[in-house]
Design a protein around this ligand. Structure first.
Ligand code: HEM
Length: 425
């Protein structure tokens, strides 16, 4: 039976299952009425034809993310049958899937692994994101923000995404990793393709080919770069990872490449949206912007409020490894749960006046960086970049205004961010 979702504030009818198969334009622009509907009426919604759940309440989302019962790897949710029950080997073996190069990368991302591999992969790079390392990076990030802000003044109605929000985190992560920043345009294309891979949903058949090509190209790119770093080590993360590998470290070559790709994609698809969403939201609530201009020390809670209110990552997912009772429902072993971070961050049972943007909000325990073992490794970096980037704009251009008639949201339900945003300085 197809269930009908009647969108509050409008007469439009939506079918939740159809929505999840193919996201529609109104939902890209404004997913919040849909989230409110889920929170009020269907906090744990089962999509029959996909054998998949949507979890939207803060308490449920937080519980799922923290529980060891919910895993990432299908073989840990539903262990493979013992050898005697295995299917006979095919002769000749099946042709490799067009998705193989993509799966070779994603399968080695810590994001998609469970302990012990997750712990091992995360342990190899976690030192690069400690608050102490971040403090040392601060002057560099500030210098990048100053330089980009100066360049903005040379443009009329600059596109703040292309000229500021995008280059800042990309220059920073490229430098941290040891990737030439002038290869930016290459990464942009690859990274956007990965963002579409991660989003799932309906895609044209030719997309598989495009995804595979991006995976092959980025893998070759890093293989070469790693070889160069092996010959002449520098002061960057690739050299650190190679040094750790040489001292009995446990990363294979494929894991090393996959980790570099993950960090590059994470650095491209998230913080740019934090900066862009922050500017758009503040310009849409002039009272809150005035408050920040008057009290620059509110920058930290302001960034956290943007993360809650317009989070760059709207959802993630987990698999149940046993039957699990939650919210009066049973999620069965092997079933996939889409964990709606963006909805949980608007849950009125966790946040007072949840749909209100308030930069002075206290005890803002949002889930924009998720929670549990996969809590965002780059959170300290993202927060610092967000604070520096936004702080600089507010200080230098307090009279900034939007030049576009309406926001140009990217058609992606996983990553929430703008394609372009023209401003008058
Ligand atoms: C505002 C910006 C960012 C947001 C909102 C964000 C959000 C998230 C979320 C929600 C997860 C967890 C996904 C899950 O549990 O399934 C995650 C994981 C991760 N993030 Fe971020 N992220 C941001 C920036 C960054 C940056 C700048 C980096 C590094 C360059 C980064 C690196 C990672 C990594 C490596 C993981 C995987 C952690 C693990 O599996 O243990 N993130 N991020």
């Amino acid at each position: 039976m197809i269930e009908i979702f009647i969108r509050p504030h409008s007469e439009e009818k939506h079918d939740i299952a159809a929505w999840f198969r193919s996201y529609s334009e109104p939902l890209h622009s404004d997913p919040y009425p849909f989230y409110n509907y889920l929170l009020e009426r269907e906090p744990l919604y089962y999509i029959t034809d996909r054998n998949q759940w949507l979890a939207s309440r803060y308490e449920d989302v937080n519980r799922i993310l923290k529980s060891p019962v919910f895993v990432r790897e299908y073989r840990n949710a539903v262990p493979p049958p013992p050898p005697s029950q295995e299917l006979p080997k095919q002769d000749p073996p099946p042709a490799p899937s067009v998705w193989k190069p993509v799966n070779d990368l994603l399968g080695n991302w810590m994001l998609f692994r469970d302990a012990p591999d997750h712990t091992r992969l995360r342990g190899q790079v976690s030192h690069a994101f400690t608050p102490r390392t971040m403090e040392r990076l601060k002057p560099k990030i500030q210098a990048v923000a100053d330089h980009l802000a100066k360049q903005l003044t040379e443009e009329t109605k600059p596109d703040l995404i292309a000229s500021y929000a995008f280059p800042l985190p990309v220059i920073v992560i490229a430098e941290m990793l040891g990737v030439p920043p002038e290869d930016r345009e290459l990464f942009k294309g690859w990274s956007h393709t990965f963002a579409r891979i991660l989003e799932g949903g309906d895609r044209p058949p030719e997309f598989a080919q495009q995804a595979a090509q991006a995976a092959v190209e980025i893998t070759d790119y890093f293989r070469l770069l790693i070889a160069e770093h092996r010959k002449s080590p520098r002061e960057d993360m690739i050299s650190d990872l190679l040094a750790a590998q040489g001292q009995g470290g446990t990363l294979t070559e494929q894991e090393l490449i996959a980790t570099c790709v993950l960090l590059l994609v994470a650095g491209h698809e998230t913080t740019v949206n934090l900066i862009g969403n922050a500017v758009l939201t503040l310009l849409s609530f002039p009272g809150q912007l005035a408050r920040l201009i008057a009290k620059p020390e509110l920058i930290r809670p302001a960034v956290d409020e943007v993360l809650r209110y317009e989070g760059p990552v709207q959802m993630t997912g987990r698999l149940a490894s046993v039957d699990y009772e939650i919210g009066g429902q049973t999620i069965k072993r092997g079933q996939y749960v889409s964990v709606m971070l963006g909805a949980a961050n608007r849950d009125p049972s966790q946040f007072q006046q949840a749909n209100r943007f308030d930069i002075g909000r206290t005890s803002n325990r949002h889930l924009a960086f998720a929670s549990g073992p996969h809590f965002c490794l780059g959170a300290p970096l993202a927060r610092m970049e967000g604070e520096i980037a936004l702080g600089k704009l507010v200080e230098q251009f307090p009279g900034m205004s939007l030049a576009d008639a309406k926001p140009d949201w990217r058609p992606n339900m996983l990553f929430r961010g703008l394609n372009t945003m023209h401003v008058e300085l």
